[in-house]
Unconditional design. Structure first.
Length: 74
């Protein structure tokens, strides 16, 4: 009698495929948050060197992590 292979259905097909994407999204959000916190902590003379005012930096640091330009998400 030949051996038959039984394949069980994948109960959570999307969970397996979305884990890397979800992890990437979380890591990118953390990176954006960290960069904004670093911007917040810069001295005024350093902000002037990079052409950013304190008001611009404050506005940027108060934005939520999901509110980022598309070029940051690559």
């Amino acid at each position: 009698m030949p051996n038959k292979t039984i394949s069980l259905p994948n109960r959570f097909p999307l969970a397996r495929n979305t884990r890397p994407a979800l992890l990437g999204t979380v890591l990118k959000a953390f990176s954006i948050w960290r960069e904004r916190q670093t911007l917040r902590d810069l001295d005024d003379h350093i902000l002037k060197d990079i052409g950013v005012t304190r008001d611009d930096a404050d506005v940027e640091t108060k934005r939520p992590v999901w509110d980022a330009p598309n070029r940051w998400m690559r």
